[in-house]
Structure formats: structure tokens, C-alpha cells
Design a protein around this ligand. Structure first.
Ligand SMILES: [Fe+2]
Ligand SMILES: [Fe+2]
Length: 401
């Protein structure tokens, strides 16, 4: 008898079908599992981690295309009181109701996530600041009018920020939360438009007519030296938080932020073989490297209105005890902004992998900061920074991963 060709064997056909079936079931189960891992169960919005991942991807695209992007954060007014009075399920229900309204006012291309216990965030691709403010305003209006839950009225506050070229997601989120703070302080149930106004107590507001120049310089640094560019972006978020923690007025916080972003701009003038050397520098190379704060100051002095920022940059490597460079200043003679940047810069450098050494664990870096408080660092600044780092770690920030 002629043997049937192998492929037609009915047993084999049935086995293949079963295998295909099993594979399909595995695929469905896996996709369900990843879907639940990226969705917050209470609101069905992206989880914090999934939101950050999607937003980072979108910002990378924005960087390449040069198109705008705007982010807003939404916070439930009186969330804590609601939870205290009616339990946490009531809080979750109110949040779910807000999330449902948020879906109504956003597009499918918008990235919407739950970024905190009572905080939602939306990244709007291809949208400038006014568009983002309008969208957040629609949400606030809807909630103002609608009877959402049996709990009575639910209102929200929102803060808006437009993405700036060369800035990180971290910087964007921190600017939006500064704006949210203003909306809350103004009584809630409103959107702050994300434009920085000088508060009372700000003697002089920092309206820099050269924001574009600052951004262009930041991008130049990023192109020249990827590590230093990205390092500077991370230092901005920390330095601003420390400045806020020390109670500096908002105009000064802006200056510290600009100085942090550009503190290493002088490195554009350092030769490649020194900048990218995969080993420790020899004394001669060090001498050249140590010029970067002075070169940075010179570059920034050329921009009118940037004198204070330039001075902060010049002194970013001065030690509290006077052993730093370029001028050997000590204590209060060093601009506060420079003292803040030095501590944030050192923490970030210690916890980053470099070609010639591995990163230090977070706990060891904290220990090192504390050990050098009073010698290298201003003790007050160190204390504020350790507080900020603790908060960032608690909120799962990648800055302190
Ligand atoms: Fe530096
Ligand atoms: Fe630095």
C-alpha cells in the first residue's frame, strides 16, 4: 500500500490545529495580562509607569519632528476629605467619573494616565499651550455642570505646561505641577494657564526674552555631548525642587532652573579627547576641564538679561569650605543657586554609569552627600536635597532609580 504523504496524516493535521489553538490562547492571555498591567483598575487609564513610557516615546518623536506637545495634570479638589468622609472606594468612584469625562474631551492620540493617588495626566501631541489649556478647561467646565456621582459635585484643578525642546519629561511634569499648585492656591475648580506670573513677594520677575536662546544652547550641549546634555536635564528637576523647598521666590527658581540646564554649557569648548576620555583625566587635562564654568559664564554673559544666571554658572564648582574653583569662594559668598546645583550635580553624577566607573547605589550617594555637608556642600542645601530625593524615590521617579 502506498503511504499517504506525511502532511496529510489526519492525526498530524489535528495535532497541528490543536497547537495553533493553544498558541492563540497563549497570545490572548498574554495580551490580556499586559493590558491589565498597563491599565489602572479604578480608572482604566494608563498606570503611572505605562504613562511615562508612552509619554517618553512621544517626546522623543516630538524632538525629532520639532512639533509642539503640551501636558496637563489634573487633581481632584478635596480628595483627602472625600476619602476620609466616605472611604477610599468613594474616592476611586469619583476619580473614575473624572476619568470618564476626561476621555470625552481628549483625542485617541492623546496619552492619558493616572500618575498619582488623585492625579491624572494628559500629554497632547501636536498641541501648543493654548490648545492644552482649552482642553483642560473643557474638563473643568464639564465637571462643574455635571451631576456625576451620588457624592455630590466633584471639581478638579489643572496645571498646564508646553514641552520645551531639549527638556525631559521630568522637567515638563514639574512645570505642570507648579502650574497646578497655582490653580489650587487660587481656590481650585480652575485651570492655570501655565504662564508664569510673578507672585507677591517677587520683587522682580524673571521674564527672559531669550527663552529660545536658552533652549538652543541646551540643544547644542545635547548634540555635542549626549551624557552632559541629559545629565543637565535631570539636574534641572532636582535643583528646582530644592530651590522651592528652600522657599526661594518663583523668579529665582526660574533662574536656578535655567542655570542648572546650562551649568555645563562651557563644556562645548572642551576638546573631544578630554570630554569623551574613557578614563580618569591627567592633571593637565583636569586644568582644561576646570575652565568650563568660566567659559560657561562668558557664553551666558553675551545674552542680555542673563547676568544672574551667568554668575550662578561661574560658581557651580565652588565648595562651601572655600576649596572649590574658580574663585575659591566660601559659605554665603557663593550664590545660593550655585550651591544648589553643585549638590544636585554631584548626586546625579555619582548615581550615573560612566565609561570609567559604575554608578553608586542611591543609599551610598545619600551617605556621601551627608558626609560632605559643611565641607563641599551647604548643609541647608544638602538637607533640602535629601528631602527632595526621598520624595522622588517614594513617587517612583526614574531620577533616583
Ligand atoms: Fe560642571
Ligand atoms: Fe554637571
Amino acid at each position: 500500500m502506498r503511504r499517504r504523504p506525511f502532511a496529510e496524516d489526519p492525526e498530524l493535521i489535528s495535532l497541528r490545529a490543536q497547537l495553533a489553538d493553544a498558541n492563540e490562547r497563549i497570545r490572548v492571555l498574554e495580551s490580556e495580562r499586559t493590558a491589565t498591567a498597563t491599565r489602572d483598575p479604578a480608572t482604566q487609564l494608563l498606570t503611572r509607569g505605562a504613562f511615562r513610557e508612552a509619554a517618553e516615546r512621544e517626546l522623543a518623536r516630538t524632538r525629532r519632528s520639532g512639533s509642539p506637545a503640551t501636558l496637563f495634570v489634573v487633581d481632584l479638589d478635596g480628595f483627602r476629605e472625600l476619602n476620609a468622609a466616605h472611604g477610599s472606594e468613594a474616592g476611586d468612584r469619583a476619580l473614575a467619573a473624572v476619568a470618564a469625562q476626561l476621555r470625552e474631551v481628549t483625542r485617541t492620540s492623546d496619552i492619558v494616565g493616572r500618575t498619582g493617588p488623585d492625579e491624572l495626566a494628559v500629554l497632547l501631541p501636536d498641541t501648543a499651550l493654548p490648545g492644552g489649556t482649552l482642553c483642560a478647561g473643557r474638563l473643568v467646565d464639564r465637571l462643574d455642570k455635571a451631576e456625576l456621582t451620588a457624592l455630590g459635585p466633584v471639581t478638579v484643578s489643572a496645571g498646564v505646561a508646553e514641552h520645551r525642546r531639549g527638556h525631559s519629561l521630568e522637567a515638563l511634569l514639574s512645570r505642570a505641577s507648579v502650574s497646578l499648585d497655582r490653580a489650587r492656591r487660587a481656590g481650585g475648580a480652575r485651570v492655570d494657564d501655565g504662564v508664569l506670573h510673578a507672585g507677591p513677594g517677587d520683587e522682580e520677575s524673571f521674564h527672559n526674552p531669550h527663552a529660545d536662546v536658552i533652549e538652543a544652547l541646551a540643544v547644542t550641549l545635547l548634540e555635542r555631548d549626549r551624557y552632559t546634555g541629559e545629565h543637565s536635564e535631570s539636574v534641572v528637576a532636582m535643583a528646582r525642587s530644592v530651590a522651592r523647598g528652600l522657599g526661594m521666590p518663583s523668579s529665582d527658581i526660574e533662574r536656578v532652573g535655567a542655570a542648572a540646564l546650562l551649568h555645563d554649557i562651557g563644556k562645548v569648548a572642551i576638546p573631544d579627547h578630554i570630554l569623551n576620555k574613557p578614563a580618569k583625566l591627567d592633571p593637565q587635562e583636569w586644568e582644561l576641564m576646570r575652565e568650563h564654568p568660566v567659559i560657561g559664564e562668558r557664553i551666558l554673559r553675551a545674552i542680555p538679561g542673563m547676568g544672574t544666571v551667568a554668575r550662578i554658572v561661574r560658581h557651580e564648582h565652588e565648595s562651601f569650605d572655600g576649596s572649590g574653583y574658580p574663585d575659591g569662594l566660601s559659605g554665603d559668598a557663593i550664590p545660593l543657586g550655585s550651591r544648589i546645583i553643585l549638590a544636585c550635580d554631584t548626586y546625579h553624577a555619582m548615581t550615573s554609569d560612566r565609561p570609567y566607573r559604575a554608578r553608586m547605589p542611591h543609599a551610598d550617594a545619600i551617605h556621601e552627600l551627608a558626609r560632605c555637608a559643611g565641607t563641599q556642600f551647604d548643609p541647608r542645601v544638602t538637607e533640602a536635597l535629601i528631602g527632595v530625593l526621598h520624595g522622588l524615590r517614594q513617587s517612583g521617579s526614574p531620577l533616583v532609580a
